[in-house]
Design a protein around this ligand. Structure first.
Ligand code: ADP
Ligand code: MG
Ligand code: MG
Length: 200
């Protein structure tokens, strides 16, 4: 990927996160401590500030640096998980990746998040978006971006009836039912933005 393209992509993702701070805040107010919007905003503002630097590097190193920045700045439970995702994705990606390589790196990154969060799909977390997207990626390339975007969105919606088993929302027990998971929503937002950008 050209440095200018990567820089524009990082910009697009950061802007999308910043534009949705209030929505993420409201979701985390319902079943958490209300900071997910600001946590994500802080992280992606940092990524945006470093975007020119980051995008001068090869794609794997760039993704690793995105992950490191997120670990250092997002905080909360989600910071280490988003950070782990991007650091592992970068570490597993070859310098000039093809579709198969992206699939493998994505698999490894999701597995690393599962280990880090000691969690799996079905527990009302961002893994409830990452795991369905991993499955969508494994189905091949036709209409890929369209399919992945739609799957991420429906997967985030599907967290509404779930009962949270991990993170702060789990403290609410049954009362976590009926609200979308904030981390699942931010994850589907980031994925939708990537799909829109790459589809242009
Ligand atoms: P905190 O809960 O520490 O305030 P955030 O509000 O930024 O952190 O992030 C909350 C989100 O993190 C949740 O909505 C959920 O998606 C995700 N999350 C929390 N704990 C875990 C976990 N153990 N495994 C996977 N995801 C988790
Ligand atoms: Mg929170
Ligand atoms: Mg918090």
């Amino acid at each position: 990927m050209e440095p200018e393209t990567l820089e524009a992509l990082l910009h697009a993702v950061a802007q999308a996160v910043i534009a949705h701070v209030e929505e993420l805040t409201a979701l985390d107010q319902a079943i958490g401590d209300g900071d997910h919007g600001l946590n994500m905003k802080r992280g992606f503002e940092t990524v945006e500030a470093l975007a020119a630097d980051i995008s001068r590097q090869a794609l794997p190193d760039a993704l690793t640096q995105v992950g490191k920045s997120l670990v250092l700045t997002v905080g909360g439970a989600s910071g280490p998980l988003y950070g782990t995702f991007f650091m592992t994705f970068g570490k597993e990606l070859p310098a000039e990746p093809g579709f198969i390589d992206v699939g493998h790196a994505f698999d490894a990154a999701v597995a690393a998040v599962e280990r880090r969060g000691k969690s799996s799909a079905g527990q009302k977390t961002l893994l409830d978006v990452l795991v369905p997207v991993r499955e969508e990626l494994s189905k091949g390339t036709p209409n890929l971006l369209e399919r992945v975007k739609r799957r991420a969105s429906s997967a985030a919606d599907a967290t509404i009836p779930m009962r949270a088993m991990r993170g702060r929302a789990s403290f609410l027990g049954e009362r976590s039912i009926g609200h979308m998971d904030p981390g699942a929503r931010s994850c589907s937002l980031v994925i939708a933005t990537l799909c829109d950008f790459l589809g242009e």
